[in-house]
Write a protein that binds this ligand. Structure first.
Ligand SMILES: Nc1ncnc2c1ncn2[C@@H]1O[C@H](COP(=O)(O)OP(=O)(O)OP(=O)(O)O)[C@@H](O)[C@H]1O
Ligand SMILES: [Mg+2]
Length: 298
């Protein structure tokens, strides 16, 4: 049975960040304990209801990809057993599948996005400018069309409540320097290409995805946070893919579609969501986990 956790409660461990989804605790030795909760955000607002097991599924999907891509780019995972770091008396079951011990890195202040298809804000920018993050694209591309090759389309990491904004590669160079910018871009495209090919063999298109990177004391680059989950990526079932329409996906579209039927201004607090929408969303995450990682929830 999946567990449900809306927020971590680990007395004695310093809480350094409650993100939209993850609670981040500091550990000795420049390490972190990152707990993926069952919080769901839509339109950048955290909804009041948890999606049972979602944090476990996200963590397992991320761990799967971190493992699979470690030969391409090193990642933040330390593989320290949780028993060694959880406060005495903690319900291990509750954290076992949703918490990881990681290196504590200095975040590179950019959302590293790779796109293989033209959808979402990429499609919007292309319609307005014929380009995306300063990259000129061929004329006449249609919605959801595959790009001639995958592109790196960075965006700024917005403060809570704000939306991220696409920026040019030059803006990333100005923010972090040429070497790091190129390294982040190359790592982003390398992981995306590898994962897209892997998913394609399993009937899933990875339309786009977002990575976060960080550096250690020596300036070495690692991929961190989460990796190739339905929260950070657009997964499309290949058998339903069609150019010209926005394909159904494994991401939060189910909840978003429901929310669009409400008279809600998309500002916090978010509305409650009905049980069948919660169950449907949970099933979507389980399907992504099963189809990509081959993991079935017990
Ligand atoms: N290894 C790491 N070292 C340092 N920070 C990390 C590491 N891995 C993840 N993080 C940070 O931990 C946080 C995880 O929280 P979560 O994913 O819920 O955030 P978010 O809601 O997406 O964004 P925000 O942090 O802006 O609220 C992110 O801020 C992420 O950048
Ligand atoms: Mg995040």
């Amino acid at each position: 049975m999946p567990t449900t956790l809306l927020q971590s409660n680990l007395p004695g461990l310093e809480l350094i960040h409650r993100g939209k989804v993850r609670d981040v605790h500091a550990l000795s030795g420049n390490r972190l304990l990152i707990v993926a909760t069952d919080r769901l955000s839509a339109f950048d607002v955290v909804l009041p209801d948890p999606i049972p097991g979602k944090g476990e599924m996200l963590t397992q999907i991320s761990n799967f990809w971190f493992g699979k891509t470690a030969h391409i780019v090193p990642n933040h995972l330390l593989h320290t057993p949780l028993e060694e770091v959880l406060p005495p008396g903690t319900d291990l079951q509750l954290y076992r599948k949703r918490a990881v011990v990681t290196k504590r890195l200095k975040p590179v202040p950019v959302e590293a996005i790779a796109r293989g298809y033209l959808i979402g804000s990429g499609w919007k920018d292309y319609q307005a400018n014929g380009s995306l993050c300063g990259i000129k694209l061929p004329a006449g591309l249609r919605q959801a069309e595959q790009l001639p090759q995958p592109i790196f389309t960075p965006s700024t990491k917005a403060a809570v409540g704000d939306h991220d904004e696409n920026v040019s590669f030059d803006a990333v160079v100005a923010a972090v320097g040429k070497d790091l910018a190129e390294h982040v871009r190359d790592a982003t495209l390398a992981i995306y290409k590898w994962a897209a090919a892997y998913a394609a063999e399993r009937g899933i298109i990875i339309a786009d995805t977002k990575f976060e990177f960080g550096t250690d004391e020596d300036g070495k680059l690692y991929v961190m946070d989460e990796m190739l989950t339905p929260d950070s990526s657009r997964f499309w079932p290949a058998d339903q893919y069609q150019v010209g329409i926005s394909p159904p996906s494994y991401d939060k579209q189910f909840v978003r579609d429901y929310l669009e039927t409400l008279d809600w201004n998309k500002q916090a607090p978010g509305p409650q969501i009905p049980a069948q929408v919660i169950a449907g969303t949970s099933a979507k995450y389980a399907e992504a986990l099963q189809r990509l990682a081959g993991i079935t929830l017990e």
